[in-house]
Each structure stands twice: as structure tokens, then as C-alpha cells.
Design a protein around this ligand. Structure first.
Ligand SMILES: [Zn+2]
Length: 73
């Protein structure tokens, strides 16, 4: 099942403190994750302003690091 990008972006934008951005691949990752589930990176940007900006950008584009995990399955 694919998640709606825009809905996901809204969820992240409303609660940016629960997410962070992978500095390797740019994916938005749950803050509880130790490493990026996508690229196994472990460097993250936890700035909430950046998380919101990234989420809105990904939502606006309609294709994103958020959804490509679903596409691969
Ligand atoms: Zn990554």
C-alpha cells in the first residue's frame, strides 16, 4: 500500500519534532531511528525548520524519499 505523499508531508510538517532528515540521502526518518532505514546513514539534521521545509518540498513534488520505499516493495 502506498502512502499519500502530501498526507505524509502534512503529518511531518505538523509534528517536525518527531522526525529528522538523513544527511546522506535526504529521506525524512523517524527520530527514534538510529540509522536511516533507506541508506543506513547515521548523520541526521534534526532542525525542525529544515524538517518542515523538506516535508513540504517532498509533498509538493509528489515523488519523494518518503514514498520510494513503498515503490521498491
Ligand atoms: Zn538515508
Amino acid at each position: 500500500m502506498r502512502r499519500d505523499c502530501k498526507e505524509m508531508a502534512t503529518t511531518v510538517a505538523n509534528d517536525p519534532g518527531s522526525y529528522k532528515i538523513c544527511q546522506v540521502c535526504g529521506a525524512i526518518v523517524d527520530k527514534a531511528a538510529d540509522t536511516c532505514p533507506d541508506c543506513s546513514g547515521y548523520r541526521f539534521d534534526e532542525d525542525t525548520d529544515n524538517v518542515v521545509g523538506r516535508a513540504l518540498l517532498l509533498g509538493a513534488r509528489g515523488s519523494s524519499a518518503i514514498s520510494h520505499l513503498d515503490i521498491m516493495e
